[in-house]
Design a protein around this ligand. Structure first.
Ligand SMILES: Nc1ncnc2c1ncn2[C@@H]1O[C@H](COP(=O)(O)OP(=O)(O)O)[C@@H](O)[C@H]1O
Ligand SMILES: N[C@@H](CCC(=O)OP(=O)(O)O)C(=O)O
Length: 264
């Protein structure tokens, strides 16, 4: 495996709980810091893709919905309002740091339909050539069960495999994978490295810890499986301070690294 600092193509996924305040509303300071770090890495010659969550929670905040909508059509309406808000804020902050961004809203059809997949790949590759930072989310407003991944952890791993990324980083509201859910078990301990994602590892993962997240640790392990099966190492770390991305690239971070020994 290459040193992280020498890796060029990096996919970074940020969860809703990291991008929003606990009671909803975008965490502008964190989005500003994220835009600064990603712009700086792009300026240093790296190819960055941001996979963002937060459309539903941003939409809920803007529409003053106090709890997550139970009906699919309300959730989809919230996502379409929130996606617009999210991109507006990203564009403001990324522009401030001299970066150009692009929006890609994907659905699961890219895994099944080779024409759509090739087009998604061509768009991403062309955006890299143009030094643009692609920002990816699921197309929540039209996605129904059959065509949805349902969580951005999986979407980020699929995106990483499409473009043969060197590294996938998931920034969450937790430091990494623990041997039990730390939200309910204060004695749970962090697992720094996982080289085999087996039943034992899957049994440690439970659901979401906040009212904003989707999938919890289970979907992050699915993402780790997809990425590492494709030879891409994946890191889960805490997105509280987006500057942690620098620490990850310097191999000086607290988190969980997933990789396959055969890809060393
Ligand atoms: N074994 C585990 N180790 C760490 N976190 C876990 C585990 N099992 C469940 N979780 C929960 O997963 C949450 C992170 O997932 P999620 O809420 O979907 O966040 P995000 O919005 O970042 O995707 C943690 O806050 C924690 O409550
Ligand atoms: N596509 C959805 C996010 C789905 C999702 O996986 O959320 P999260 O667990 O916060 O990464 C949205 O933008 O609200």
């Amino acid at each position: 495996m290459k040193q992280f600092k020498d890796m060029k193509r990096i996919v970074i996924k940020v969860g809703s709980s990291t991008l929003s305040h606990a009671h909803g509303g975008l965490n502008l300071r964190k989005i500003d810091q994220l835009a600064m770090v990603l712009s700086d890495l792009k300026n240093s010659g790296k190819e960055i893709v941001l996979v963002t969550s937060g459309a539903v929670s941003a939409g809920m905040a803007k529409l003053q919905m106090s709890k997550r909508p139970s009906q699919m059509r309300e959730k989809q309406a919230a996502a379409s309002v929130g996606q617009c808000e999210l991109m507006f804020i990203y564009d403001k902050f990324f522009s401030q740091y001299g970066s150009k961004i692009a929006q890609l809203l994907l659905t699961k059809t890219i895994t099944e339909n080779s024409i759509l997949r090739d087009n998604a790949i061509n768009t991403l590759e062309t955006l890299f050539e143009l030094a643009v930072i692609p920002i990816v989310n699921e197309n929540d407003s039209i996605a129904v069960d059959e065509i949805t991944y349902g969580d951005n952890d999986t979407l980020s791993a699929v995106t990483a495999t499409l473009i043969h990324a060197d590294l996938l980083i998931l920034l969450s509201d937790i430091d990494g994978l623990y041997n039990d859910n730390p939200t309910s078990n204060p004695h749970a301990s962090l697992i720094p490295i996982v080289t085999e994602i087996d039943e034992h590892i899957f049994s440690m993962a439970q659901g979401v810890g906040s009212k904003l997240g989707t999938g919890g640790m289970a979907t992050k392990l699915q993402a780790a499986k997809i990425a590492t099966d494709a030879g891409i190492p994946m890191v889960i770390a805490n997105g509280e301070n987006p500057q942690i991305i620098y620490d990850i690239l310097n191999n000086e971070y607290r988190g969980t690294l997933f990789y396959k020994e055969e890809h060393l």
